[in-house]
Design a protein around this ligand. Structure first.
Ligand code: ADP
Ligand code: MG
Length: 326
């Protein structure tokens, strides 16, 4: 049986927005939620943690219906983008805030363990204002875990930090999640972050689930152009350009599936002759090349900058997503 079940959840903001979804999660799973701004990511977390109530539907954790439970009784942890620590308390007091019914020595022992878990041993007596942004977010994580939540929700926890630190801390969070086995729902606007750490990814689309699956599945077999474009680069091409196909049907092709002027083409490759190079950008490890074929734009990678205006594109047939819908 699933650990978390959201059954036909609806939240209606009349005239503005409707959230409408069902999904379930296993215990110990890390699910990342991505989607455009305003697609309902934060609304979903509000319903789960109980700061807002669904108009319809049930939320069940471990077989218990929690839809009508208060925030306190749900035992769901939250970590937000802004570091919501108590500035007047030191680190230890912040972490111990959510621990209930434990004797002082036990609280202190657990605090030491939690600080070790987030890689900040010995920070017990630091003041909140002395912490860097990355340290504050680790303490917020330790505090959330201290209350032994049944599920931990994270809403863009790293958005306020710079890119290298974000990259490091996402790995730290994933490692902590694996070590503790906590079930996590992690909202991010960064698809690379989602792909890097998630067991499964949910793509939100206008209050509904556009797609849900493993990162590999969603990236390689997008079920719509919306999901395909939101999860990476790629090109939509009329099917009739690559095979006899169906009129008005589109196929979708990721740039890695294309090779420019391939020297040893396979019999199975689809070839588009005389594509016109529009521009190429050096990315550090290769070139990102934009091309035009008939009336469509196509992107591809290349290890060298194309030296002619017209090139031939070789596309791996097994990497083409057929008849993709909007
Ligand atoms: P995301 O986190 O994906 O950016 P949100 O869940 O915050 O999106 O918002 C989804 C939509 O719901 C937005 O259009 C937002 O304006 C609307 N919304 C959120 N909360 C409320 C509310 N309390 N009342 C009315 N509309 C709301
Ligand atoms: Mg949000």
């Amino acid at each position: 049986m699933a650990y978390l079940e959201c059954r036909d959840i609806k939240r209606i903001f009349p005239g503005k927005f409707t959230l409408d979804l069902s999904f379930s999660m296993d215990k110990g799973e890390l699910m990342c939620v991505i989607g455009p701004s305003g697609s309902g990511k934060s609304t979903l977390l509000s319903l789960l943690c109980g700061v807002d109530d669904p108009d319809e539907g049930r939320i069940v954790i471990d077989g218990t219906d929690i839809t009508d439970l208060s925030i306190q009784k749900r035992r769901i942890g939250m970590v937000f983008q802004d570091f919501s620590l108590f500035p007047s308390m030191d680190v230890a007091a912040n972490i111990q805030y959510g621990m209930r019914g434990l004797e002082k020595p036990e609280k202190e022992r657990r605090t030491t363990d939690l600080l070790q878990l987030v890689g900040l041993d010995g920070y017990e007596n630091r003041r909140v204002h002395e912490l860097s942004g990355g340290e504050a977010q680790r303490i917020a994580l330790a505090r959330a875990i201290a209350s032994e939540p049944r599920i931990l929700l994270l809403d863009e926890p790293l958005s306020a930090l710079d890119a290298p630190l974000r990259k490091h801390l996402r790995t730290v969070i994933r490692q902590i999640q694996k070590n503790t086995g906590i079930t996590m729902i992690y909202v991010t606007h960064d698809r690379e972050e989602a792909f890097a750490i998630a067991d499964r990814v949910m793509v939100m689309r206008g209050g509904r689930i556009g797609a849900i699956g493993t990162p590999q599945d969603i990236y390689n077999n997008p079920n719509s152009l919306f999901v395909a474009r939101f999860t990476g680069e790629g090109s939509a091409i009329p099917m009739t350009y690559i095979s006899r196909g169906i009129k008005d049907s589109m196929v979708f092709i990721r740039p890695e599936a294309i090779e420019i002027n391939k020297t040893n083409p396979s019999e199975d490759d689809v070839v588009l002759k005389d594509a016109v190079v529009q521009n190429s950008e050096f990315t550090g490890s290769e070139y990102f090349v934009r091309l035009k074929y008939k009336d469509v734009y196509i992107s591809a990678y290349s290890s060298v900058r194309p030296d002619s205006e017209k090139v031939d594109l070789y596309i791996r047939r097994d990497r083409i997503t057929d008849t993709i819908a909007e």
